[in-house]
Design a protein around this ligand. Sequence first.
Ligand SMILES: CC(=O)[C@@H](O)[C@H](O)COP(=O)(O)O
Ligand SMILES: NCC(=O)COP(=O)(O)O
Length: 244
Amino acid sequence: MLRLGVNIDHVATIRNARGTPWPDPLRAARIAEAAGADGITAHLREDRRHISDADIDALMANLTLPLNLEMAATAEMQAIALRHRPHAVCLVPEKREERTTEGGLDVAGNDNMLADFIAPLRDAGCRVSLFIGHEEEQIRAAARIGAAVVELHTGAYCDLDTEGRHADRDAELAALRDAAAIAHDLGLEVHAGHGLTFDTVGPVAAIPQLAELNIGHFLIAESVFTGLGEAIAQMRRCMDSART
Ligand SMILES: CC(=O)[C@@H](O)[C@H](O)COP(=O)(O)O
Ligand SMILES: NCC(=O)COP(=O)(O)O
């Protein structure tokens, strides 16, 4: 079955807009669990623009679903992950000035550093995932350094759909399909995510090698209108119907 990881970062974005305690990301995580999420994803950015250290403390103390902690490959983040030992750690590239995660990690160009970085996380029992683009050299490098999982960045595919550039979108989707097959053949578990919506999730969910999708921003946006539980349930239905 294709798992759904619900990313709750942007519950924290709304909270932080006013500096209030609400909306509470932990409450969102509990609603997500009741609505059929298989895991919770939270990205502790270096600039703490949404999820905070206290959010990670609260999620680790109270969550019954597995937590996928997204973070940059820095010493500070490694220490936090080793203190908490979440189910999974997904390493993502981060730029302070970016609006959102723009691309994938350059695993091939930093393989020695990343191999050293992930070793203690693996030893601590975390499933290490690398957030990458669909380039074959990045997938092969991820397998070579001993990552358990790669998460393929679907942002470009989703942006091309929004822009109505359907031929380019379909080419991007084909590249994601090929990447999933290569990664799976190398023994990696394959995830995907970023920017997915009800309209774009189907063709991605249909990629047979995918084990998990991580979806956040659109679900939080949709929840303004329908409630978070219904938004998640609808996403689950979209994923399930793509698989049947
Ligand atoms: C790595 C990734 O795709 C998610 O973390 C997502 O980007 C949510 O965080 P931002 O919106 O802050 O990028
Ligand atoms: N890794 C992708 C993720 O967690 C969710 O991304 P988005 O749906 O918030 O763009």
